[in-house]
Design a protein around this ligand. Sequence first.
Ligand SMILES: *Cc1c(COP(=O)(O)O)cnc(C)c1O
Length: 551
Amino acid sequence: MSAYVDLVTSLRQGFPQPVSDRVHDAYFVFSFLRALDQLDGMKSVSPLLGKAVTLDYDAAKRSRVEERPQSLEQVTQMLVEHLSGMFIWGHPRAQINVIPPPTIASVIGGLLPSIYNPNLVSEESSRQVGVAEVEVSTMTAELIGYDPARSAGLFTFGGTGTLLYAVKLGLEKACPGTADRGITERAVIFCSERAHYACLSVANWLGIGRGNVISIPCSVDNEMQVCLLESMARDVLKNGGKIAAIVATMGTTDHFGLDDLKSIREIRDRLVDEFHLDYRPHLHGDAVIGWAWSVFNDYDFDKNPLEFRLRTVRALAGTRRRIRELPLADSVGIDFHKTGFTPYVSSLFLVKEAIDLELITRAQSDTPYLFHDGHYHPGRYTLETTRGGSAPMAALANLRLFGKDGFRALLGHVVSMAEVLREHLEGHAATTVVNRGNFGPVTLFRVYPDGVDTFSITEREQKDATYRDQLRLHNEYNRRIYQLVQADALQGGGVVISLTDCYRETDYGEPIVALKSYILSPFSEEQYIDAVLESLWKARAQIAAEQAQKP
Ligand SMILES: *Cc1c(COP(=O)(O)O)cnc(C)c1O
């Protein structure tokens, strides 16, 4: 036998068997089980797998492909080691960012397609996994308040991808023919100053230009000041500019700010009439974070059957007030991998009117070897050619696993934990919550040394330019607190939180640093909220002691 045949024969063991082979199945499952077992052995009271690891990029740069194959066992071991030092997002001592722990169902949903490789490009290659994309699009459309019979959805490469689709549609509406000729006139994107930088990426990659992203100042509640949108949009239109898209952020990344979609939509419609526009500027709801709160659209807050605490009810109802306006947007971006508890990447782009997708549909003649049979061929309008099936299967898994009540309970729980934290922070003289009036799972706050009047500090820091040096000192103070809290957490004592370098700028142009607690773990409990506070007090005391030692 030739040498290569030997090799192929042994490599065949490394593939799932095409024809049922129970013994080999056991080998497959057991190999995975061993990996899980090794990972489990790396768990502890600290929110890390194994120990904190110093990353060695020099060694990484020395990696080369070897001559000989390795065994599955060796490869698995190596893969497991790559997870050492990873945060465990679902750990009750992790309050880091809008990163959820995926459910088992969604992991299985993601895993099955990675064994059988359906391709969502068309129904010939995706079969019922393509149907899953339609199911999820329909269920989610109905959930947020779209008419599922008229809307359509597709999964794409992240929240950034959902924005890319939205602005691309808007560009074709505002400047018809750009798909063929390129952009020949000025087109702008409006969004709030707290919108995600993905708006800039999209403007850059679509050729609109980052300079044509106009960010509207926000109120103290981190929502777009709509009167400014109106006047700035009027300026653009007066000067003959086109509006490619207006992006309403429905849950900003750091602050959970929610734009006033209803007013934005009214302004859009008013401007269409006033300027006799021959297009309707595309209005996109960037709800990649906020969408999940749609499950409360039909929750009875008076009867409160899930028995949330009053403060939680108030917070959830406060969010619903804005989220229920989502159907006023022409398209919506949804990340199941943020507040939907799936693995990365699972992002859904929904359009209210499926017919809008014709604006980006390729001619049949451009796609000669695909799409001959059947009728579900998303590859005709998606940017991507190959799309994997894991994203819709993981999303479908969680929509079924949770139902509306499951989502309500989980979101209600994380919000009520965040409320407990806020209550404590607001009650203490040395701390102040800076995203007050927000009702999400994220809390931005600042910590101050003794002797600072935290009642008036927020306003002074924001407005009083003579306070610049003090502000900078307090920024440094908060960075130091962060380091100490982080060190404490990695020892297994405290809780890992994060730091934002600029949750907002002062009126005189200085960045304001804030500590950030993002609670998304279903395992969060009050004792871990207490642990955050204890860790803060410890850090304050340590800094005070260090200061006292200085001459
Ligand atoms: C996270 C985020 C994005 C980008 O989404 P990815 O899935 O990370 O690409 C866009 N908009 C908002 C508001 C976000 O929070």
